[in-house]
Design a protein around this ligand. Structure first.
Ligand SMILES: [Mn+2]
Length: 306
């Protein structure tokens, strides 16, 4: 076996296309876009950092789920999507078109959290029912503007709710703890109807009640996992643009994630990794491991559906 420190720098060293030329079941893409950032920029370098860190995960099975995404899935790393550098609206439209053209399951490496909006526009059914969002974040991301601009990394779920892409009443946020104006907090929880689990809820209540809340909120509705790395405490994930203290430990997020194999997942993104602020790749490795764990869930789900 090739050592983990050599070989191609794709996510889990996945190929760009399957050897037999068939369409993959799962496609990983990067979106090197951080124009929606409100504080420290740099998540445009997230995809490359997550891919590099993912090499630590190619040499074995998940110790409890007992599957290996690097060798088991019919998956590819499709490289980075095109963006229109410096142009918000044009980039979001181009990201949406490219995501819509990808067959099968898509996992996106961000990029700032703005990119989730065009992904949901491309993938969430526009039948008015709305998918469920399972949203790990320090921030609610339902603000109605982004410091003056209409769209940015603080606004994706305001627009997704208004456009009917998600059903907030069947959606849940985990890790919330940033300063937020009362109006936006009330809008998120009371008007839209999100279930909001704060970081302190996770610490004090424990992960079992979080898993139960996710399962109860989502049920069997199609669900999308959007994971902002700033859900994790900056002590364990400093490499991000808008850090907030008091966050989840990586073990808590992993322990929750690995139990969510019963959810009807339709896709995932891993956003807001900004490697310029990272130390010793710990943020990028955490992000890569969350994606790896999600891929394990897909394998388990696939084998149980057969
Ligand atoms: Mn976010």
């Amino acid at each position: 076996m090739q050592p983990t420190f050599s070989g191609p720098r794709t996510f889990l060293q996945l190929p760009a296309a399957l050897a037999d030329g068939s369409a993959p079941d799962v496609t990983i893409v990067g979106v090197p876009f951080d124009l929606g950032t409100t504080n420290r920029p740099g998540s445009r370098f997230g995809p490359a950092a997550i891919r590099e860190a993912s090499l630590m995960l190619v040499d074995g099975d998940h110790p409890e789920l007992r599957v290996n995404p690097a060798t088991t899935l019919r998956a590819i790393d499709g490289g980075d999507l095109d963006i229109v550098n410096g142009y918000m609206d044009e980039s979001l439209a181009l990201i949406e078109r490219q995501i819509a053209d990808i067959p099968g399951h898509v996992i996106t490496l961000g990029g700032d959290h703005t990119v989730t909006l065009p992904i949901l526009r491309a993938r969430a059914g526009r039948d008015g029912k709305g998918i469920s969002l399972v949203h790990f974040d320090a921030h609610v991301d339902t603000w109605k503007d982004n410091f003056g601009g209409p769209v940015g990394h603080g606004t994706p779920f305001h627009y997704a709710a208004q456009e009917g892409l998600i059903d907030p009443k069947r959606s849940i946020q985990i890790g919330i703890r940033s300063p937020v104006d009362n109006e936006t907090m009330d809008y998120t929880r009371d008007a839209l109807g999100f279930t909001v689990i704060t970081a302190e809820d996770v610490h004090v209540g424990g992960i079992e009640q979080v898993i139960a809340a996710i399962e109860k909120t989502v049920g069997n509705n199609p669900a999308y996992l959007t994971f902002d790395i700033d859900a994790i405490d900056p002590g364990q994930a400093p490499g991000t643009g808008t850090p907030e203290v008091g966050g989840l430990f990586t073990w808590q997020a992993l322990a929750i994630l690995k139990r969510l194999g019963g959810i009807n997942w339709i896709g995932m993104d891993m956003v807001e990794v900004a490697p310029a602020y990272d130390q010793a790749q710990i943020t990028a490795l955490a992000a890569a491991t969350f994606v790896w764990t999600y891929l394990c869930l897909l394998i388990k789900k696939g084998s149980s559906d057969e």
